[in-house]
Design a protein around this ligand. Structure first.
Ligand SMILES: Cc1cc2nc3c(=O)[nH]c(=O)nc-3n(C[C@H](O)[C@H](O)[C@H](O)COP(=O)(O)OP(=O)(O)OC[C@H]3O[C@@H](n4cnc5c(N)ncnc54)[C@H](O)[C@@H]3O)c2cc1C
Length: 550
């Protein structure tokens, strides 16, 4: 049995139990730890393995939410976006976003109806509507925004820059948001920072909330199958799309969530990488739905769909792949894009509130945290974190924490607003005097921020060599991750500690070589290493659409 799980048996009493280790659960965990609260977070899978790993990887104010007249939400999101530039500069980088525009006046009537809060289906947006929206967006970002203001390009300028762009355009508009290069790693860093800040804060991956009775909650270690009970004063249900299922397991059924699934595909398409350049292309389909695509480390990430679902474990289906490919083809009709270019797919379910909106895109992306008071044989209150965006995790965590501190009668000790996260501390310092090449140091900095210091020191402490199957990584770098970054399954390493999975690089030889490096560190006997290889291949085939016909 894992010693950390076993230790819970000796200390079953705690102030707060958080269920769910996505960005919202982890954000609350970090915020409570900063206040010195004894808090336990349990995640049934790996940290950031649910919807938080399925995001478009954009830290944004939500230009589209202006159409729903959600000005407060956009202002809050822009404020949090700007904070993340400061607090996570190693992973949050400017992202110019270009919108191809096909006419002057489309969308004006729907825009006015939306402002008046009359139900309207979205449609095409013309230059006038987009100009108004972007002007307001820049205004809401404030005078101290770290990003430039929007600009327009004429048709000829736009086509000179991107010759394959749809020639039917009238012009393009470019505005600025941010990309997040490693959202999964930022989640891990928030966990590690929290545990370092507060000895009474503990987060465990692969531990599932099983059931509850009276004041006791039963947890199950997903690795060994063993169980234990804890006695929290407050439960925070941060299970995202699983929230209603978790409340049912807690004995307090709810109907908070009306999820929508969103899928992305990753394409190996050098021509599209050249055409998109540094920009995200924000393409509005004729039906009013938005498709975005942009280059991530030489591949194209494209998405996302928005389809109502009640299944939190759903995956990207063929119709969604066709839909995204079709939208890309409309944006760049001169470039052939088809299924042979798709190397990876991913999907997640937005934990949105139940709603009667006309279209999924019109359901508010704002967050709330309804409380189920003690009752029905359960002695503790449950706060469910409904809705929200990745971008606004800190604001949600701050609000929930204020409420929890009030209930516990504890003071707020610190604000997280200005605290750098993980490898964002002291960024952009490079490790000094290591003897590693400048290129290697820069690649470590790109992956770990100032955490590159510890990685570089580890690389130099023993003989190292590039992986035979993926020379961008070295043997000791993988060992470092396995040793220090809470890896319990091989797919944690491939899908969440690195971009190997996302970029479609997890071929059989890569998976086998990684298993061979990790096995001695995690003391896997040969049969466990083989089982991990099989588990990873199955996951990549069944969930991420990869094929291993070798
Ligand atoms: C397609 C798509 C694109 C998006 N793009 C963006 C974007 O670019 N920018 C942005 O700001 N936002 C974006 N979002 C929104 C954002 O990703 C989500 O709002 C956010 O990740 C939700 O996080 P969460 O922590 O609430 O849920 P999750 O990340 O799903 O976390 C919930 C966790 O609870 C765990 N859990 C469930 N049951 C149990 C149990 N019984 N015991 C223990 N653990 C349990 C799950 O395993 C899961 O890990 C996007 C969402 C989607 C779907």
């Amino acid at each position: 049995m894992r010693p950390e799980f076993n230790a819970l048996k000796d200390h079953p009493d705690l102030s707060v139990l958080i269920v769910g280790g996505g960005i919202n659960g982890i954000g609350c965990f970090n915020e409570l730890a900063l206040q010195g609260i004894d808090v336990l977070l349990v995640e049934k899978s790996d940290f950031c393995a649910g919807t938080s790993a399925a995001m478009t990887r954009v830290i944004h104010g939500g230009l589209r939410y202006l159409e729903n007249a959600e000005f407060r939400l956009v202002r809050e999101s822009l404020r949090e976006r700007n904070r993340l530039f400061r607090n996570a500069p190693h992973y949050v980088k400017p992202l110019p976003t270009t919108i191809p525009i096909f006419n002057w006046t489309s969308g004006m009537v729907p825009a006015i109806r939306n402002l008046l809060r009359w139900p309207t289906r979205p449609g095409d947006r013309g230059a006038v509507v987009i100009k108004s929206g972007l002007t307001l967006y820049d205004l809401l970002a404030g005078r101290h925004s770290p990003l430039p203001r929007h600009t327009f390009r004429s048709r000829s300028e736009a086509l000179a820059l991107r010759p394959s762009l749809n020639p039917g355009i009238l012009c393009t508009a470019t505005y600025y948001d941010a990309r997040i290069t490693y959202p999964e790693r930022l989640c891990l860093e928030l966990v590690q920072d929290a545990e370092a800040a507060c000895p009474q804060a503990r987060a465990l991956n692969y531990v599932r909330l099983h059931s509850a009775s009276g004041g006791e909650v039963t947890l199950r270690d997903e690795l060994s199958g063993s169980t234990c009970t804890v006695r929290p004063r407050i439960v925070v249900n941060a299970a995202g799309a699983w929230i209603d299922g978790v409340n049912r397991d807690l004995g307090r059924p709810s109907q908070f969530i009306g999820g929508t699934k969103g899928s992305h595909i990753v394409l190996d398409h050098p021509e599209l990488v050249r055409e998109t350049g540094d920009d995200m292309i924000y393409f509005v389909n004729r039906d009013g739905r938005i498709c975005i695509f942009y280059a991530v480390q030489g591949k194209i990430v494209a998405g996302a769909t928005d389809i109502p679902t009640s299944d939190p474990e759903t995956s990207c289906d063929e119709a969604e792949v066709d839909y995204i490919l079709h939208a890309m083809q409309q944006a760049f009709p001169a470039i052939r894009v088809n299924r042979s270019h798709v190397v990876f797919r991913f999907c997640g379910v937005r934990p949105l509130p139940r709603s009667n909106a006309l279209t999924p895109g019109q359901i508010s992306r704002d967050h709330s945290f309804p409380v189920l008071p003690p009752g029905n044989g359960i002695d503790f209150p449950i706060y469910s974190l409904v809705g929200g965006k990745w971008t606004t995790f800190r604001a949600l965590a701050e609000q929930v924490t204020n409420e929890i501190l009030r209930v516990l009668g504890r003071p707020r000790l610190r604000s997280s607003a200005h605290i750098p996260i993980g490898g964002g501390k002291g960024y952009p310092r490079l490790p000094q005097g290591t003897g590693l090449s400048q290129d290697r140091l820069l690649s470590l900095q790109e992956r770990y921020g100032t955490g590159a210091d510890s990685v570089a020191a580890y690389l130099l402490a023993g003989p190292d060599s590039p992986l035979a199957s993926l020379p961008r990584y070295s043997l000791r770098e993988i060992e470092f991750i396995a040793r220090n970054e809470r890896v319990l399954h091989l797919d944690d390493l491939i899908l969440r500690r690195t971009l190997i999975g996302l970029l479609g690089e997890a071929t059989r030889p890569v998976i086998e070589e990684l298993a061979a490096v990790v096995a001695p560190v995690l003391q896997w006997p040969p049969q466990t290493a083989s089982a991990e290889v099989a588990r990873t291949i199955h996951l990549l085939q069944s969930v991420h659409g990869m094929s291993f016909n070798d």
